[in-house]
Structures are given as C-alpha cells and as structure tokens.
Design a protein around this ligand. Structure first.
Ligand code: NAD
Length: 485
C-alpha cells in the first residue's frame, strides 16, 4: 500500500474516538497500514501533540476490538500522530496545516499521497473542500482522496449543490462516501453468496422469489440526537441512504446477471429500473409512523414527542415502510418491502427472501407449510439461514432452519474495512454520486408528501413492530412481515 498522510478533520470528536482510531489501530496491528504513514488530527481546541496522543491511546483502550496491550506496538502507532488546531473557516489554519503535512512527509519520507477524512458536521464539507483546494493541500505529486459520511444533503437540490462544490476540489473517483452498512460483513458477502453457490443461482429469479423484505429496526429511541433527528426523520436518516443501498446490493447480486460491469454500474442500473413514485402514489406505497409511549425491553419509555429536545407537535417520522418495484427482467413483479424504525420490538438489520411455489406462483405458506426463506442477518447477529419444511415425530409439518453465524468478536468492524478500501483506492463498497443522486430523486416525492402532510402520521407503541399500516402494506399482495415474533 502507498505511504500516505491521513488528515483527520474532527479529530477530537465522537466518531474519531469511537470508530476511526480503533479502525486505524486494528489495521496497524494486522499489518494492513502502509509501511510508513502520518496521521494529522485537526480540531477547534488547542491541544499539544502529547495530549492528542493521550486521547488516541484512551480511545484504543476503550473501543478497540483488539486490546492494545503491547506497549511497543502502541508507541510505534502513536508516534505517527500529530495535532494542529484548525477552524474550518480560517484560511491561515490551512496554511499551517500544509506546512505540517509537508514537514511530516519529509521526516517520514512519505509519497505525497493525502487522505482527507471529514469527521465533522456536514455543513463544513463545502468550506473544507474549498480550502483544501485553495491552500495547496490538494496539489500533490501523489493521489488525494476525500472521505465523507452521510448526510449528503437533505434533499435532491441540496445534495446536488454539495456535490457541485465538492467536485470543484475532488474528482468523483477521489471521493469516498462512507455508508457503514456497506462495510458490514454480510453485505460484503452477498456477492460470494451469489457467485459461489450454484445451488442457489437458479432460484434467484422472479420465477421463484415471492418477495424481498429489508428491515433495519432499532430498539433505542432518539437518544441524545434529537437536535439532528427531529429535522431529519427516518426517511433522511436511514431510508434514503442505508436502506436504498441495501436494496441496490441485494438486487444487484441476486440473481446472476452474468455481465462484467462494475458493482457501481450494476447498482446504478437497479436505481434506473426502480419504478418512480408520483406524489399521488406515495399514500399507497409508503407508511409514516411515530412512536408513542410503551415498553422497551421491559422498561417504560416515553413518546417521541416527550423526548428531550424534540418539538412538542412535531410530525417527524420515526418509522418508514415502503413497497418498491424494480422493473427489469429479473425482478419484474417481485415486491421489495423496506422498513426502518426506532423503538421497535427488536434490534435487527436483515434481508429476508421468501420463495414461492413455482407452479402456483403463490407464497407456499398454507396447509401447515411455512415459506421457504433465505435470511441474511446483517446485525447485530451476523450470519444467514435457510428455512425449509420437514415432518416431526407426530407427522406434522414444521419448519427447520439450517444456519451459520459468525463469531462477532473477531470480525473486523465496518470502518476498518472501509478505511482500508479507501486507502487502496477501491470504491466498491462506497456510495457513488449517481447512486446518491438517484436515491434522492426517488425519495423526493415522499419528502414532499411528508412535508405537505399528505400522508397520515400513524402512531405505534414503543416496543412494537410499527404501525398497522406497515402490515397492511404487505397484506395487499397477500404477504406479511416474516420473522416478527
Ligand atoms: P462531534 O461533535 O463529537 O465532533 C465534532 C468535531 O468537529 C470535533 O473534533 C470539533 O473540534 C470539530 N469541529 C467543530 N466545529 C469546528 C470548526 N468550526 N472548525 C474545525 N473543527 C470543528 O461530532 P461526531 O459525532 O464526531 O460527528 C462527526 C460527523 O460524523 C458528523 O457529521 C456526524 O453526523 C457524522 N457521524 C457520526 C457518527 C458517530 O457515531 N458519532 C456516526 C456516523 C456519522
């Protein structure tokens, strides 16, 4: 891997502390970092290099999956870290940063490869990109790359504006948009599942698949994020990005397409085939919900509107479910159902593929038979199972599950894989601009309908599986959400 400078904006923040330093450290001890590298942390506070290195060490002791118990390794790792105070709006701070970057490149004999990671509020993305360009930080003999995290805009227009501004400083192939769902082991496994299992390949078509269900449910409420969440809601926070990326990933890999186009082009093709929603269709295809008081894991919890920091009469949705159709040769007439919510009964991110009876073309769930399922568990459990039917000792039909789960403790975290890929210039598991733009285009009529209050806000009890409208959505085609207990 190329030697490089890793320039981290927001180095004293929560994301850096909980995810980025542990990811870099785990890559380091697994020999996946470049032979030589420099990390330059930036933040608003004035702190010394020693204090900064102490913060990093503390973060590793608290959050790293590999325990940092070897003092020499820790010392070697921390020696790469330097700190510089920077206010995103102060031009002179970027000059100071440039001097430090160049000084470290010389000291460590690094190639002029520069990775800029913006672990700061998205409102700063434009100004930082502009200043990287104007200060000369972006003028290098080697490569330069930018890592950013969602939200990429709050609607189609603002996303396009942001992209236009970023593209003044970075080419599309230099921008790595993290969607941490794409770094999850089972999402990265989808391609292998398809390409290495002839047993499944023929079944993965609209001849055999009745429907696909994608769920990302959380048991927690809004926690301390009300300030952000009450202006975003589930549609912006989860659906437009993570959920549509999961849809693209599953629809891209299954069934076999037999072409050599890149994953990015395949994902783009899925978005192009996604049947657009007109504003008047939103009411029939989308459910909008908000939790009221209930129980979470046995404890009483308050309604969303009673959470600290949430506006009293807010219409912000904490739950969204939708029915989507992909009008292509492979998925024609297979409904995809997506749901995501807070304060749900169980925490689970999973994809369920329900197979149908090939002769009747119906779901087989009748006469005691349960549906045949392929279930991909993305989190918190990681693994998969196939559900079949068998006869028990009483001669009754009962479902059996053939499963395989991974040992979560040893699994690299999503951030490790994604940062490693970005360092290698591999953008396979990142969100590309065309996907982001098409996702916003698809979601925009829903945003408008929510904004104009054209869709009823259905209340659901905390600790349930969401509003009744969510079940009705599937019942329309004769299906139900599977695996809800
Ligand atoms: P944070 O508030 O904990 O940290 C913000 C960082 O930005 C600090 O280092 C601070 O010094 C710096 N900063 C703030 N104002 C600045 C300014 N004017 N000039 C220079 N630096 C400034 O935030 P966070 O939780 O680390 O989140 C950072 C970004 O990552 C946000 O956009 C957030 O949405 C996103 N994100 C966070 C998480 C998470 O788990 N925390 C997860 C996904 C995405």
């Amino acid at each position: 891997m190329d030697t490089m400078s890793f320039v981290l904006f927001g180095a004293t923040g929560d994301l850096a502390t909980r995810k980025i330093y542990p990811a870099l450290y785990n890559l380091f001890i697994e020999m996946k970092m470049p032979e030589s590298f420099s990390v330059i942390g930036l933040g608003r506070k004035e702190i010394s290099n020693d204090i900064f290195q102490g913060l990093v060490e503390k973060s590793l002791n608290t959050f790293s999956r590999n325990s940092p118990d070897n003092a020499d390794t820790m010392k070697a790792f921390l020696s790469a870290f330097r700190y510089s105070q920077l206010d995103v709006n102060r031009k002179e701070d970027y000059q100071k940063l440039l001097q430090l970057v160049v000084q470290r490149e010389k000291e460590l004999k690094l190639s002029e490869n520069r990775m800029f990671y913006l672990s700061v509020s998205p409102e700063f993305f434009d100004v930082i990109a502009l200043n990287i360009n104007e200060s000369g930080l972006g003028t290098t003999e080697g490569w330069k790359r930018l890592i950013i995290e969602k939200p990429f805009g709050r609607d189609l227009k603002s996303a396009q504006e942001l992209n236009e501004n970023l593209s003044k400083a970075f080419h599309e192939e230099e921008i790595f948009r993290i969607d941490h769902f794409l770094g999850k082991a089972m999402v990265q496994n989808l391609e292998v599942l398809e390409s290495s299992n002839p047993y499944l390949q023929d079944l993965w078509s609209n001849h055999y698949i009745a429907n696909v269900q994608i769920t990302a449910n959380e048991t927690v409420g809004v926690e301390e994020r009300a300030g952000y969440y009450d202006h975003a809601g589930a549609l912006r926070d989860m659906f437009q990005n993570h959920m549509l990326q999961l849809l693209m990933m599953i629809a891209t890999q299954l069934p076999k397409r037999g072409d050599a186009s890149t994953d990015n082009l395949k994902k783009k093709a899925i978005m192009e085939s996604l049947r657009p929603l007109q504003q008047e269709d939103v009411i029939h295809n989308v459910v909008r919900g908000q939790y009221v008081a209930g129980k979470s894991k046995g404890d009483s919890v308050v309604a969303y509107t009673d959470e600290p920091g949430v506006a009293v009469h807010t219409h912000t949705e904490t739950f969204v479910a939708a029915r989507l159709w992909i009008d292509d040769l492979f998925w024609n007439e297979v409904p995809f159902y997506i749901r995501t919510g807070k304060r749900m009964k169980e925490k689970s991110t999973r994809i369920v593929i329900e197979f149908k009876e090939p002769l009747t073309k119906q779901s087989i769930e009748e006469d005691g038979k349960m549906a045949n399922l392929l279930v991909i568990e993305i989190g918190p459990k990681e693994g998969m199972f196939i559900q079949l039917n068998k006869k028990n000792n009483k001669g009754e039909l009962e479902p059996v599950r053939i499963d395989c789960y991974s040992n979560e403790k040893d699994a690299p975290e999503a951030y490790e894989k994604l940062i490693h890929d970005a360092m290698n210039g591999d953008s396979t598991f990142f969100a590309h601009w065309d996907e982001v733009e098409m996702s916003w285009k698809w979601v925009q009529p829903i945003l408008n309908a929510f904004n104009d209050n054209l869709i009823p806000l259905q209340m659901y009890e905390a600790g349930s599986y969401g509003p009744t409208g969510s079940d009705e959505l599937l019942a329309f085609e004769g299906f139900k959400w599977l695996l809800d207990s």
